[in-house]
Design a protein around this ligand. Structure first.
Ligand SMILES: [Zn+2]
Ligand SMILES: [Zn+2]
Length: 387
């Protein structure tokens, strides 16, 4: 028995030793091509380091401007010119530190926790900003950016575990650019530090918890707004089978905001679209082709020798989901759909409803992801010694 546990722990160690980190580097203002910004200390105090060593200590009484000039970063305050540098790090020196950033073209000031790394992006002539941040602080920021402040506390815990799992699974996504993850939906939306204390608490109480599959790999923790009553098998959307991302019936989301939608398009547009897929010599039956009912989530539109994946139709017409009926209406067709999003994995509105009805985050997680496990990386001594 003891031997079995030891093997399990050693296996975990090898699987995660290169993955788990308590500090992450997030590319903020990613793709914004910043050439100047104002730095203000919001909470705590900061030491400013450059490639030449420590430059100064600042607190919230000092405002610094950093500007890209001739492939250098120029630092100035109201009355001091500090010079030109290649690299600038703002390192928090109090127990809790946060700072604000204002860029010339942004209407609002964003605030972030922990440290800031400022690099030159030599090739494209702009400044690269990296938020060097505690993983839980980042996770809390993502949860608020992704789901807002309204869901119940139990849901925040679930979303925190999902966002942490996603972050660690994708930790090398922007390695070639010098950081871990970007702040856009390409990775996970991360707009600023969270305002909700409940969300901060959820990230802290789930500290170190991630979701793994039966081979102890971090899962692909996909989620979306609303499944419309039935989630999708992953291979129907992304062509690759994963055992825990299976279709399930979900009645929890049926009366939520994004459970149904409609879109009306000209009949001629629809028929021309179908004709592109018509490889036979037989013309379409125009009356028949403008009517289709999906009684359950189907993978393909199949009628009159035409076969089109519903996910392709969704993309081509920018629809909320791939699950819809087609109903003729004069010169138009009405697309009458269910759900919002790809439908693979966790249905957020269904999960929020479950949380409101008293289900625990563990129950909700197992409802949407089949046969997965939660482990706490922090509880393993192996990881503690790594930092
Ligand atoms: Zn990204
Ligand atoms: Zn659902």
């Amino acid at each position: 028995m003891l031997k079995g546990i030891t093997i399990f722990l050693v296996l975990l160690f090898f699987l995660f030793q290169n993955v788990y980190s308590e500090i992450v580097n997030i590319g903020i203002y990613h793709t914004d091509k910043i050439t100047s910004f104002i730095f203000l200390t919001e909470q705590g105090s900061y030491s400013v380091f450059t490639e030449k060593g420590k430059l100064l200590d600042i607190d919230n009484s000092e405002v610094l401007e950093l500007k890209y000039v001739n492939n250098q970063i120029v630092i100035t305050s109201l009355d001091v010119d500090y010079g030109c540098f290649k690299k600038v790090n703002f390192i928090g020196t109090s127990a809790q530190n946060s700072f604000k950033i204002k860029t010339p073209d942004s209407k609002k000031i964003n605030s972030y926790e922990d440290n800031l790394i400022v690099n030159l992006h030599d090739y494209y002539n702009y400044i690269q900003l990296i938020n060097n941040i505690d993983l839980d602080n980042y996770v809390a920021g993502v949860v608020e950016s992704e789901v807002g402040k309204n869901p119940p506390a139990e849901y925040f815990k679930l979303q925190a575990i999902i966002c942490r799992t996603y972050a660690l699974k994708n930790i090398n996504r922007h390695q070639s650019e010098g950081f871990s993850l970007c702040d856009k939906v390409h990775c996970q939306a991360y707009n600023h530090q969270p305002k909700s204390l409940l969300i901060k608490e959820a990230a802290k109480t789930t500290h170190g918890i991630v979701i793994v599959d039966s081979d102890i790999n971090l899962i692909i923790a996909t989620f979306y707004s609303n499944c419309g009553g039935e989630t999708a098998n992953v291979e129907e959307v992304w062509r690759q089978k994963v055992y825990y991302l299976r279709a399930i019936k979900d009645t929890f989301c049926l009366h939520e905001n994004n459970s149904v939608w409609t879109k009306e398009i000209p009949k001629i547009t629809w028929l021309k679209y179908l004709e592109k897929y018509n490889s036979s010599n037989i013309s379409l039956d125009y009356d028949c082709s403008t009517e289709y009912f999906q009684l359950y989530r189907e993978q393909y539109y199949m009628k009159d020798n035409i076969k089109i994946p519903f996910v392709d139709i969704r993309n081509d017409f920018k629809l909320k989901s791939a699950q819809f009926d087609i109903i003729p209406n004069g010169n138009n067709v009405i697309l009458k759909g269910k759900g919002f999003g790809h439908g693979v994995g966790l249905c957020q509105e269904g999960a929020m409803r479950m949380a409101k009805e008293g289900h625990s985050y563990i129950e909700i997680l197992h409802f949407y992801y089949e046969d997965v496990h939660m482990i706490n990386l922090e509880s393993l001594d192996f990881f503690k010694s790594d930092f």
